[in-house]
Write a protein of this length. Sequence first.
Length: 376
Amino acid sequence: MNPRLAAKSLTIIACCARASGMNEDFVSRNFKSDNVTPVCDAIMAAIQAANRGSVPSYGGDDFTRKLHAAASEVFGRDVAIFPVTTGTAANALALSQCVPPYGAVYCHDAAHIVTDECAAPEFFTGGAKMIGFRTADGKIRPEQVASAIAFAEDMGVHHVKPGAVSLSQATEWGTVYQASELSALAATARQHGLPVHMDGARFANALVHLGCTPAEATWQSGVDVLSLGATKNGALCAEAVVFFDPARARDFERRRKQTGHLWSKLRFVSAQLLAYFEHGLWLDNARHANAMASTLAKGLKEIAGASLLQSVDANEVFVALPEAIVATLERQGFGFYRWPLCTPANGVAIRLVTSYATPQAHVDEFLAAAQGPARG
């Protein structure tokens, strides 16, 4: 089934459950996405705290000023950070700053900018082309980038000009680039004068897995601009474009304004990001999400007929299960996607996503339900 249609089906089930008085836990054991969660209590409290008095608009407030200082401290250097409210806006605006209309963005063929953003990067860049590479683990390779650049140079004016390298961290397959892999990609990009963009919708999850500093995972490994995600990790609607060289951000505030992504009451977005960084909340939330995914993966390995399709580096689990088990889980009200992008040799591929709000009990219930048909 198309994942989007499946999501609508779950919504209908949830509405029916509320109308009939069904136990909401029956339909809330949701492993479809980390976008389905409530807002983290600390972030909701920060929004409430910002909801007092009159303050300057359009980023002239103290929350936004403090965010610049906080982000520079987190990343260990002076950065330019621009809050926005969607990941699509962050990616499309970041790439439009880096790539001309006649340029190419080299990325994975399953990258969000290719499959899930309704051509927003192409629209905002004025026509740049997303060129995707296929790999089994979601991580593009330096040699793929080098080969594409060589082809473009050979074709000259007849082909789009190499413009940027974009990578997802964590990837769409739940894997994480090691710092050495990032550095190798960046070195290839730098050799040809290309900036490196990172789609960090799940950057905190990747960072927890790597166990390094934010600086080591970004600019020290050659990343030039980061789309920093917070919404999947507990925020209401908070993302940001982070430039590690503020000179690269020249006139970006006008680009953000022109595209309709400058909030007049920007304090409410900045307050979320401040709370996200404060006391390591972003890492604590990601740590729990990753731990729940690891627990799922460990339990699934023990089920007859189950096979993990990717390493579980962050908070996504891709697993092939016998149809009987998948059907049982669906009947019992667990939310997840069948994953048509993957066709395992045996069984049915599904994707499970955990979050900061995933209870241990829901993981245990999922594993118990999956083990039932397996025993039979």
